[in-house]
Design a protein around this ligand. Sequence first.
Ligand code: SAH
Ligand code: SF4
Ligand code: F3S
Length: 473
Amino acid sequence: MKEYTTLTSEVLTACEQVKEQNNTRSLETGKAPRAYVLTFGCQQNEADSELLCGLCQKMGYEITDDPKEADLILANTCAIREHAEKKALSIIGGFKACKRQNPDLIIGVTGCMAAEAHRREEIKQKYPYVDLVFSPASRHRLPQLILEKRMSGKRVFCPEERDLTMPEGLPVRRKNSYRAWVSIMYGCNNFCSYCIVPYVRGRERSRKASEIVSEVEALVGEGYKDITLLGQNVNSYGKDLETPIDFADLLARLDAIPGDFRLRFMTSHPKDAGKKLIDVMAASSHVARQFHLPLQSGSDKVLKEMNRHYDREKYLATVAYLREKIPDVTLSTDIIVGFPGESDEDFEDTLSILNEVKFDQIFSFLYSPRKGTPAAGREDQVPKDVKAERFDRLLALQNEIGLANNQKLVGKELRILCDGPSKSNPNLLSGRTDGGKIVFFHGDAKKMTGQYVLVTPKRADAYSLYETEQKDG
Ligand code: SAH
Ligand code: SF4
Ligand code: F3S
């Protein structure tokens, strides 16, 4: 494997070459080239897109939010569920018209879908106007792929790379000036039986702690207040590094950075979310009192078949320890409804654990068979209507629990990081508590956006808190 310092200089050199070509074209056309980057999927993809945008700027592109005026379109796709793939393919289909308008337009597809052999084949056959296809592990190759496309005039299907060392020190264009994502590792080794991620993102690769510490120090220096560390299973951090370090050690090192900022992380796998990590969190001054601990199912039988390596008892013991050490922790989880073979009884086990734990928030998903994963090949798939009915029951129960939890915060003064005008109601500002709960309140957007403010909510629903008596302020 190449050392990433060599890779970094190769990428930057390619950026310069594309920039020169772009400059020549701009002189001819009289306008600067523009890039449009569309992101689907999880925070990892958001972070990858920020790097793609950074590379685009380095290549001389201005970032635009209108695909019709773009000279480069990148779709950063997700493959986690069928719906995500269908949506991306349909939008990519729409880019055909942009190409007709601007024949010099380069269209690239990356992200998890671009790492699936059958989707690559589909793009090859059915989307002839897509010029570049490259997996998430090859995202830094974008400048080289553009050069190759321009030289050869042919479509470029970058080999399906998965386990590459990611180069450090590449430019990143962050969307937000006070909240930032920091990937600490890539890939996943867990092979949960329903999940496509290990197949498309490759094996776990941790970034060096020194690189992560420098990045977070720089962000804090620039005024970032909320930094989320990303990895599919952050608890595995460091297992592949030469210097012995685990996630709890990394978190402690980051916590030692001086400044007024909060650290968050996702995702923590319940099989290895240990006491050491919880102890570090409890003793820290910067780690937010928030924990996302994906449960997936409350049934031991289903958990075993999902290859999750924990049972109900272990999960509940972790939650108990977490609440003992951090009593006000905000707890969220992921639930899959309708995993193959899930019986009524199994589903009741999920409802009962929800009643026991009383999560602040759940992210629930209908099981979606993913080609190539063990669960997709099972014959005992749960019928659609049964899945839908269970899903509704799950949401109804969680709405009651979420509401009761949020009502406990009514009348309490909360420290909120303000995100500016709310998208649903521009008369109100929105922001998030230390635990990540959304709060709506009145205030001066110019003064407060990106700042901490104190708000005392008067009202709650299952999802949010309100400083105002009326929903619309
Ligand atoms: N690494 C994280 C999860 C990443 S995927 C973890 O292990 O918790 C985010 C969520 O998508 C998962 O927690 C799971 O609930 C859901 N998910 C993954 N594969 C799915 C599938 N095939 N169908 C439905 N939901 C799925
Ligand atoms: Fe998927 Fe499991 Fe890895 Fe999470 S831990 S990304 S659910 S395989
Ligand atoms: Fe989707 Fe890939 Fe993230 S499949 S959820 S974008 S890791």
